[in-house]
Design a protein around this ligand. Structure first.
Ligand SMILES: Nc1ncnc2c1ncn2[C@@H]1O[C@H](COP(=O)(O)OP(=O)(O)OP(=O)(O)O)[C@@H](O)[C@H]1O
Length: 365
């Protein structure tokens, strides 16, 4: 699917499409997005001085049950007033799942200074995946430096869990201020490989079994806001059985982990709409924090849920934590599929290998 976006110029802010190759391959936006584009087009003036930096905003208009699109529209005048002087502000609305990946790849190849995800963790996840292609970082056509495009985030999703690790709120105005300030830091990204599958990337938390199943179901109930995680968890509990897994940490020997309820691989700290599951996860540490819950019963969640939210569960019985740079996980039992998700998006089933790519992306933070 070809990408499309519009450049919003300085001054009084007329907007024009940008005459670069991939913009010319633009598809027409979906009708509901067209109104948003039109409203921008009516407001602006155009400019594309070569010295100005291109900031590409990848907006999921359907994020947070459609709130992202509405908030983005309200945010644009502020964005223009703060960034118009120095930057070309380019917006691209996604037309459906996975579109953000293509937009990001094209923007990097065309030399964008930053690609900024506007939406929730799902949108951020797709943008992060757009930083890679065929197992390698995407590079600019004209420059040798593979990582010259920075990643940014305007958190406007239902959970927006990655933002919580940085202490950011779902406040788009604060996010714009961060982009204006322009501080950048290198962050780690997780890569997941499976049998005969292409590599897949994550920036927040990947998880296995009950929590992944809960995430799978919760995505059907996003219209309930943060309550979707509770409804998803209740549905996942029905018919849930703890299972024995085989794991290999940092390329060592295989170990058996019995009666695993959930295994969570944190590049950051939060998942499930604010649960501090891997409380020591840090995307600048070069390691994952792996937290395993074993032999949990449904009532353990009721009794210990507050600890999971606060991140004080590591001392609870049957909870373990360790720092790793790679972990392979297999299902021992031949019957039943064990769910895997990454950044809250369903990925498939075991077996999978998770490895860290230290400092691979520069992030605006
Ligand atoms: N135009 C679109 N129409 C429908 N779905 C889309 C569109 N663009 C992206 N998506 C999908 O929407 C999903 C959810 O998006 P996003 O993460 O931004 O919001 P959220 O689910 O409300 O927030 P969070 O993931 O933080 O809970 C993503 O998986 C993405 O693939």
């Amino acid at each position: 699917m070809a990408g499309y976006y519009y450049q919003i110029g300085p001054g009084s802010g007329m907007v024009s499409t940008v005459s670069k190759p991939w913009y010319l391959r633009a598809e027409l936006p979906m009708s509901s997005d067209l109104s948003l584009h039109r409203s921008i087009l009516q407001g602006g003036s155009s400019s594309s001085s070569p010295s100005r930096r291109d900031l590409v905003f990848v907006v999921n208009p359907r994020g947070a049950n459609g709130t992202t699109g509405k908030e983005w529209k309200k945010l644009l005048p502020y964005l223009r007033s703060r960034l118009d002087k120095d930057c070309n502000i380019c917006e691209s609305l996604t037309s459906g799942p996975y579109h953000a990946i293509d937009i990001t790849r094209e923007a990097i190849r065309e030399g964008a200074d930053a690609v900024i995800a506007v939406g929730g963790d799902g949108t951020l996840h797709e943008v992060v995946n757009g930083f890679f292609w065929a197992g390698k970082p995407v590079i600019n056509h004209d420059r040798e430096d593979a990582h010259s495009t920075a990643l940014g985030l305007i958190p406007l999703g239902t959970g927006s869990d990655f933002a919580r690790t940085w202490g950011w709120k779902n406040d788009p105005y604060e996010a714009v201020d961060r982009i204006v300030e322009g501080l950048r830091s290198r962050v780690d990204v997780g890569v997941i490989s499976g049998e005969n599958e292409e590599s897949h990337y994550f920036i927040n938390v990947a998880d296995i079994h009950l929590s992944a199943k809960a995430g799978y179901y919760s995505s059907r109930y996003k219209r309930f806001g943060n309550l979707c995680y509770v409804v998803g968890a209740l549905q996942a509990f029905m018919g849930h059985r703890n299972c024995d897994l085989r794991v290999k940490v940092n390329g060592g020997a295989w170990e058996i982990c019995s009666q695993v309820t959930a295994l969570c691989i944190g590049n950051a700290k939060y998942f499930g709409g604010g649960m501090r599951i891997t409380p020591n996860g840090d995307p600048r540490s070069g390691e994952f924090e792996v937290v395993m819950l074993q032999d949990f019963k449904w009532y353990d969640f009721i009794l210990k849920l507050h600890k999971l939210y606060k991140g004080t569960h590591l001392t609870v019985k049957n909870v373990s934590s360790r720092s790793v740079h790679s972990i392979e996980v297999e299902n021992i039992s031949v019957s039943g599929s064990v769910y895997v998700q990454s950044d809250g998006e369903h990925l498939g089933f075991l077996p999978r290998k998770f490895s860290i790519l230290p400092s691979v992306i520069e992030m605006i933070c």
